[in-house]
Design a binder for this molecule. Structure first.
Ligand SMILES: Cc1cc2nc3c(=O)[nH]c(=O)nc-3n(C[C@H](O)[C@H](O)[C@H](O)COP(=O)(O)OP(=O)(O)OC[C@H]3O[C@@H](n4cnc5c(N)ncnc54)[C@H](O)[C@@H]3O)c2cc1C
Length: 526
């Protein structure tokens, strides 16, 4: 399956992977996704949570209790002077946890970051092992945009990091229905008709880039969203209960457009709201110009971690949370022993998939519980190829190719700032993909003659116990109403940050935005 701009998180945006896997039946994935990544219940199918018996973290839901303040989330709050130093525990040292801890520390608070794994950075990870000549790969977050990553760019400047323009979306080639097409091909009415688009879509795509197709249907309603943090003010709330594919059909979309835009089984309101947020931030649906950090995006999380120093404690997974109106007690493991730490505040910065496994006492109120156990995620892997030369240059073929296959979704080059003859191609694929399977798919379609891949490796996030869940998917019908803003709202002394906890709920910008919001709120409390 291929994407017009909407079918996978990074290249497009309607979430597909988990739904596709469930649809097409891979038993090992079905079990994995259903148990760990996918919702344990939905608005249509509520389920009673099971109760942890022994306080040991389990992949089960949480108890019900308490009261949640459901106000609407504001954008970044105005900075207020620190009233007094507070003791804060931050759970998780991904970019959200690190940036939250950094902001709190800057304001004079006493912060300890408890990180489950032996590394900081979470899904921001630059891999060098196994690669020659100083080549490197961003195994997780690999690009950012301008505009669109405003908070992130401020850190780029603050830490004096170098952002490189990153031509990974130039001259894209796309494999559609088994055949490779250039950008020019996809303006040709004959090609578009043969691909099954209707007259209106053909006329639109003849004048617009392939990835703009969703705009044909979305644009007429996007301006109804005027506040990016208030999706329910757009007057489209009924669309939370309509799936995107149904809605597109009602709008007169062809079967091909529905297929390429995607969105089977997901809330139309959620998809339209995300498109509207991008529009409000002046970010194209599929930004053609993107950036990365020279030396790898982990330079950013390393910069936070080095400033935090020994406030970050590695290999300390949080195993339990207790809270009261006056503070929190966190249970964690250290060298096999169970320990506790008390603080005035806790900021949970692990993914919701990890959070839903941690027993909480008193349990979350129902709206928070439902949100934490329901938010759906996908997982992915990052195959990458080292080649003896930049063979695609010899062949005059663009290395930016969208395959849309499970073993190879899309590919592009990376690390061309490294002084070497060698080439590096990096790609995205489903979890559990092998380097060999990805290389085989590449060879099946690559149109040039000089391919000289010498190494095919993979970073498989699905095998990483603490960060297996990559990013959230669009919500199922009815769930936006229940998950927003309950998922991101603080509960008493506990705040939530992370990519999932902002309005556009993916990526490093969402992680830093939500982290800044949590830090500002804690700082501002008396
Ligand atoms: C393949 C891939 C490609 C991506 N591409 C991009 C991109 O191009 N641009 C972009 O902006 N974003 C991209 N992302 C998404 C981006 O990487 C994430 O949104 C972001 O890094 C999430 O940061 P986070 O801090 O919210 O969560 P995480 O990175 O998941 O960090 C959470 C941390 O919590 C720790 N933890 C978990 N459980 C516990 C526990 N019980 N106790 C203590 N610690 C715990 C984890 O070990 C981890 O370090 C991509 C992600 C992937 C996987």
């Amino acid at each position: 399956m291929n994407g017009v701009g909407l079918q996978n998180k990074r290249e497009c945006f309607i979430d597909r992977i988990a739904y596709k896997l469930l649809d097409e039946g891979r038993p090992e994935y079905n079990l994995f996704l259903k148990q760990v990544l996918m919702p344990t219940e939905s608005a249509e199918n509520p389920k009673k949570p099971s109760v942890p018996e022994d306080g040991i973290p389990r992949r089960e839901a949480l108890k019900i209790a308490g009261v949640l303040l459901v106000t609407h989330l504001s954008p970044l709050p105005v900075r207020r002077p620190t009233t007094r130093a507070k003791k804060v525990i931050v759970g998780g040292a991904g970019i959200a946890g690190l940036s939250c801890a950094y902001e709190l520390t800057k304001r004079g608070h006493d912060v300890t970051v408890l990180e489950a794994s032996a590394l900081t950075g979470g899904h921001v990870r630059t891999v060098r092992e196994g690669l020659a000549d100083g080549l490197y790969v961003d195994a997780g977050a690999e690009h950012f945009t301008q505009p669109g990553y405003d908070r992130y760019w401020q850190y780029v400047q603050e830490f004096n990091l170098t952002a490189l323009p990153y031509p990974r979306r130039n001259r894209m080639l796309r494999v559609l229905q088994g055949k490779m097409y250039s950008e020019d091909d996809l303006h040709s009415p004959n090609v578009l008709k043969a691909l099954g688009f209707n007259q209106r879509e053909v006329q639109f795509l003849a004048r617009h880039a392939w990835w703009e197709l969703p705009s044909l249907y979305f644009d007429p309603v996007l301006d109804k969203f005027t506040d990016e943090y208030r999706p329910f003010d757009a007057g489209l709330n009924h669309l939370d209960h309509v799936t995107m594919d149904q809605w597109l059909e009602e709008q007169g979309a062809s079967a091909s457009a529905i297929r390429y835009i995607g969105g089977t089984g997901v809330s139309t309101l959620h998809v339209l709201w995300h498109a509207a947020i991008l529009k409000l931030r002046k970010v194209p649906l599929f930004p053609p110009k993107v950036f990365r950090l020279k030396g790898g995006n982990q330079r950013m999380t390393d910069a936070f971690a080095s400033r935090l120093g020994n406030r970050v404690r590695l290999e300390r997974p949080i195993t339990g949370i207790e809270h009261s109106p006056s503070g929190v007690r966190v249970r964690y493991r250290e060298s096999g022993e169970e320990k506790t730490m008390d603080a005035e505040y806790l900021v949970c910065c692990m993914s919701a998939v990890m959070l839903r496994q941690i027993p909480v006492n008193p349990a979350w109120p129902e709206s928070k519980r439902y949100a934490v156990v329901t938010v759906p995620y996908y997982t992915a892997s990052r195959p990458f190829f080292q080649s003896r030369s930049r063979f695609w240059e010899k062949d005059g073929v663009s290395p930016n190719i969208e395959f849309g296959e499970r073993s190879l979704s899309h590919i592009w080059r990376m690390a061309d700032d490294v002084d070497t003859q060698r080439g590096l191609l990096v790609s995205t694929a489903d979890g559990l993909t092998t380097g060999e399977a990805a290389a085989k798919t590449f060879r099946r379609y690559y149109p040039g003659k000089s391919e000289d891949i010498e190494l095919a490796l993979v970073h498989d996030w699905s095998k990483d116990p603490w960060v297996m869940a990559c990013e959230t998917l669009h919500y199922r019908p009815g769930d936006l109403t229940r998950l927003w803003p309950a998922l991101a709202e603080p509960h008493g002394r506990i705040h939530f940050a992370g990519a999932y906890a902002d309005n556009l709920n993916w990526g490093m910008e969402a992680a830093t935005r939500s982290a800044n919001r949590a830090a500002e709120r804690i700082d501002g409390e008396s």
